[in-house]
Ligand binder design. Structure first.
Ligand code: COA
Length: 143
């Protein structure tokens, strides 16, 4: 397993979009717009590879000078529950700390709240709707 930063609009980025479509968007009947993807030029794109195969990913977006937001967290359906999500989250925290951020936060789907709780994230505020499904804001102080 190899975790690395992916270049925007590269071949690996295409793999990342396919994985995100499969795991996150298709089940909700949604797609990405080109505008959504163009904005990711400014983001940090993280991928986990098994040889050449992308098996997990996330996107890190600057919210403010102290806060980084984790988005589009996805592990390939056949690879879930094997520690890959935890490895991505650990890598994201390391990147955030190295870049001087104090907090990592996310809008967690309600079905994923238990996963983030296991990694010491706490919910903040009430449930809200995003992409048509319930979410919670979750956050961790990176100390
Ligand atoms: C949620 C997700 C990213 C977790 O990644 P993963 O590789 O499957 O998780 P891990 O194997 O690292 O799990 C770590 C721990 O969290 C638990 N866990 C994993 N997914 C969970 C979930 N959805 N709810 C509750 N607990 C969960 C695991 O059982 C494990 O517990 P353990 O330490 O007691 O054994 C992944 O399952 C996924 O992509 N799911 C579908 C898309 C999704 O919901 N993305 C998140 C959007 S906010």
């Amino acid at each position: 397993m190899n975790i690395k930063i992916i270049k925007h609009r590269s071949k690996e980025y295409e793999q990342m979009i396919q994985l995100r479509m499969e795991v996150l968007r298709k089940p909700l009947g949604l797609q990405f717009s080109d505008e959504d993807l163009e904005k990711e030029k400014a983001d940090i794109l993280v991928g986990v590879f098994d040889e050449q195969e992308l098996i997990g990913c996330c996107v890190l977006t600057k919210k403010d000078t102290a806060t980084l937001q984790l988005r589009q967290m996805a592990v390939a359906n056949s690879r879930q529950q094997h520690g890959i999500g935890t490895a991505i989250l650990n890598a994201a925290e390391l990147i955030a700390k190295e870049k001087g951020y104090k907090t990592l936060m996310m809008h967690a789907r309600d079905v994923a709240v238990g996963f983030y709780k296991k990694c010491s994230y706490i919910t903040v505020g009430d449930v809200f709707t995003e992409v048509g499904i319930p979410h919670y804001k979750m956050t961790k102080d990176l100390g």
